[in-house]
Design a protein. Structure first.
Length: 261
């Protein structure tokens, strides 16, 4: 059995946010309390993390996640990247380097901001005194493997910097990050009906850089997954209200949500 854990279900400000508080969210519903989002995948023998939010260490500890085979990055916004330094704890547990994966633009930003974390593949590890993340640069629509899991990065369109989605095992699982639409060539990499689609909804309303609820529901209808999970929610998205507005095969994410496949 495979499983997915939503380590945090929130957008950049979290919920409650400092500026907007609970917003439209009911503070009496614990599922509206949201850390910034990272997502953990346990697929067969492969343990994979997507993004390192500033709250990622909290999520790893809360769910007793101590080992990783690789970390995938969707884009270089702080709420998806700036917990990267906490991966040194994984280095120390595993006593080895850790592969990280991103497309060129994102990897260049990681190198510029966090170059002290990166090490070439052939460098000896000294993980107790310094971190050891091994960069792997990806190309759109070119698949690679982590253990026996096939992963294909696909280009997302409309966010305000390059953003990437990931397709696992030809579409068994589809993970979408911040976007307005999905590149057509990326959609062609989905070659089966997804068992699980994870898709972000920062705000239900029309936004310049984020898909609104109508656009998210259109993607869900087009891909027709067995289950869709709406993630990356800001304080405009009340859990019960978004659940009310979505089809039966759609669930709203919450912190530490476990999805079994």
């Amino acid at each position: 059995m495979s499983k997915v854990i939503i380590l945090g279900a929130g957008a950049a400000p979290g919920v409650p946010s400092l500026s907007n508080g609970w917003g439209a969210c009911n503070p009496d519903n614990i599922k509206n309390y949201r850390h910034r989002t990272s997502t953990y995948y346990e697929l067969g023998d492969a343990k994979i993390l997507i993004d390192t939010s500033p709250d990622v260490l909290w999520g790893l500890k809360k769910n007793n996640i101590r080992h990783l085979d690789g970390v995938l990055y969707t884009h270089a916004h702080a709420d998806h990247l700036h917990g990267i330094d906490d991966l040194r704890e994984i280095n120390r547990i595993q006593l080895s380097g850790l592969n990280i994966y991103a497309v060129r633009e994102t990897m260049e930003t990681i190198s510029a901001r966090f170059g002290y974390l990166l090490a070439p593949k052939d460098k000896a590890c000294d993980v107790m005194s310094q971190p050891h993340l091994v960069p792997n640069t990806l190309n759109h629509n070119e698949a690679f493997y982590i253990r026996d899991v096939k992963i294909c990065p696909i280009r997302l369109i409309g966010h305000n910097l390059p953003s990437e989605g990931y397709i696992f095992n030809d579409g068994e699982i589809v993970h979408i990050a911040d976007f307005r639409s999905i590149d057509k060539s990326g959609l062609e990499q989905i070659r089966r009906r997804p068992k699980l689609l994870i898709v972000p909804l920062t705000t239900p309303f029309v936004h310049k850089y984020h898909a609104c609820l109508e656009e998210v529901l259109a993607v869900i209808a087009e891909l027709d997954p067995e289950k869709a999970v709406i993630n990356h929610l800001a304080s405009e998205c009340d859990y019960d209200e978004i659940m009310r507005l979505t089809p039966d095969n759609v669930e709203v994410a919450y912190d530490n949500m476990i999805i079994e496949l």
